[in-house]
Design a protein around this ligand. Structure first.
Ligand SMILES: Nc1ncnc2c1ncn2[C@@H]1O[C@H](COP(=O)(O)OP(=O)(O)OP(=O)(O)O)[C@@H](O)[C@H]1O
Length: 253
């Protein structure tokens, strides 16, 4: 479903990803862990086409993010191609990123109506179902500023799901929340993940959440994967010293 092939990403002189190769299967749930600055968020931003690769290729569901086919040739992707690929991908951000001037219902329906051409009435019906799932049915007409951080993040989750993505990207989704709101959002995401066929790529500093939600954990350091395995291996019996050092530092923090 997701394929990184020799992906290099540089920002000026700084090389953030170094010939990165990895593959995520359909419906697989993969968590990226590793020290700050190791390139985890950059991977999600590349997938959302918020950044472009310096070299190498990324494919989502067989479609390349940087190039497209024209006749027999591959040419740089245009906006239309990118929009097409982006439709398959939803993302939930650390800072929620809701539209402040729109109410909750509008936040959820805006993209399906505008980007997918879903009739507004149908989009609203789906949005109300999603609000029920995230337990915010009574907040449909509220504005984001009237909601707690946890409620805003629930709306952001509903908004991402309203596009019916095949891939969901979660970028430190509970880092900006008050501690008492973290576990509610995490258990909501765990239930959604386990009851759907979504392919999930998650960046988190919460090791219990990583253990809970993932089939597979990738330990990153300096733009490369240093260890790749199921959560039981990574958290109970890590093979690499770098993973052991990282986990010890995180767990003692
Ligand atoms: N737009 C940018 N311009 C310049 N440097 C950038 C840019 N975005 C990211 N970087 C650099 O790339 C490196 C990797 O950043 P990234 O956010 O991917 O790391 P991370 O592993 O997600 O870290 P954290 O866990 O702290 O979020 C960092 O050194 C960062 O400063």
């Amino acid at each position: 479903m997701i394929q990184f092939d020799k992906v290099v990403k540089r920002f000026g002189d700084v090389t953030v990803l170094r010939e990165l190769d990895f593959h995520v299967k359909p419906a697989e749930r993969v968590t990226l862990i590793g020290p700050s600055g190791s390139g985890k968020t950059t991977i999600l931003r590349l997938l959302m086409t918020l950044e472009r690769v310096t070299s190498g290729t990324i494919e989502v569901d067989g479609q390349c993010l940087s190039h497209m086919k024209r006749g027999d040739r591959m040419v740089p992707a245009d906006e239309k191609h990118l929009r097409q690929v982006r439709k398959k991908i939803g993302m939930v951000f650390q800072q929620f990123n809701l539209f402040p001037n729109m109410n909750v219902l509008r936040n959820i329906t805006e993209a399906p109506v505008r980007a997918l051409g879903v009739p507004r009435e149908q989009a609203e019906e789906k949005a109300r179902d999603l609000l029920e799932m995230v337990e915010l049915s009574d907040k449909a007409l509220a504005h984001p500023s009237q909601l707690s951080g946890g409620q805003q993040q629930r709306v952001a989750i509903a908004r991402a799901l309203a596009m019916e993505p095949e891939v969901l990207l979660l970028d430190e989704v509970t880092s900006a929340l008050d501690p008492e709101l973290v576990s509610g959002v995490q258990s909501l995401l765990r239930d959604i993940a386990r009851s759907s066929n979504l392919t999930l790529l998650c960046v988190t500093h919460e090791m219990n959440f990583a253990r809970d939600i993932s089939h597979r954990v990738l330990m990153f350091d300096q733009g490369q994967i240093v260890e790749d395995g199921p959560p039981e291996q990574i958290f109970n019996e890590p093979e690499q010293q770098r993973t052991r050092d990282f986990l010890q530092a995180v767990l003692n923090a």
